[in-house]
Design a protein around this ligand. Structure first.
Ligand code: ZN
Length: 222
């Protein structure tokens, strides 16, 4: 397994990958990492993700203040700094508009975790955060009550937020959720996805808990 890389080059790589996968278009979306120094690197506002470079990244203090010489940060930078301030286990945050997940979000529907085993083990729960006008600073307030419940969130009428100990992991959650959302949408045309039985769900939640406990006991350190 590759060691986690949370730096500017990794941010650029993930932005381009998200653009290529259609998870963002044009200047949409934003990505950040927390550096070992505690500072935050976040994508600048209105940068095309297909051609982003390390010069398009903004350096913020842990408190969210822009370091002199940096370009203007994404309008959602406050969301990123909030997550880092509340979650010491998180070092990377991704915000994107992947089409299938966003279809659930704009329909105001939750992504059901109880239909696909991998999804239940990987996500546990996927909260649906009430709508907040993007770029107004209201999104951090809307997500706060849900922050400790999950590493992945659907934003009503908007898109997704994913966070993890490292950037590849945060990206993987977006990819996994988008794949699951696509399966669930396809299942709709066949009459809808069935739920796993309560017993199977209990067993899968136990597997998830065992895995989470293992990670908490020092397997994953920054
Ligand atoms: Zn957005």
């Amino acid at each position: 397994m590759r060691s986690p890389r949370n730096d500017g080059r990794a941010v650029v790589e993930i932005c381009r990958r998200m653009y290529e996968r259609g998870y963002v278009v044009a200047t949409e979306g934003n990505v950040s990492v927390r550096l070992r120094s505690g500072e935050i690197l976040v994508t600048a506002t209105r940068v095309r993700k297909r051609e982003i470079a390390t010069g398009d990244l903004v350096r913020l203090t842990p408190g969210g203040v822009r370091v002199a010489g940096s370009p203007r940060p994404s309008s959602e930078a406050a969301l990123h700094t909030l997550i880092y301030s509340k979650r010491s286990d998180i070092n990377a945050v991704v915000h994107a508009h992947p089409p299938c997940c966003s279809a659930f979000a704009v329909a105001g529907k939750r992504l059901r975790v109880g239909a696909i085993p991998e999804v239940l083990v990987e996500f546990g729960d996927i909260p649906l955060v009430p709508f907040a006008v993007p770029g107004t600073g209201k999104l951090p307030k809307a997500i706060t009550p849900h922050l400790m419940k999950s590493n992945f969130f659907l934003l009503a009428n908007h898109g997704v937020v994913s966070c993890a100990a490292d950037l590849e992991e945060a990206y993987d959650l977006v990819e996994r959720a988008e794949h699951a959302a696509r399966i669930l949408l396809l299942a709709e045309s066949l009459g809808g996805a069935g739920n796993l039985s309560p017993r199977d769900r209990r067993e899968l939640r136990h597997i998830r808990q065992t895995r989470t406990d293992g990670q908490r006991h020092g397997v994953r350190q920054r």
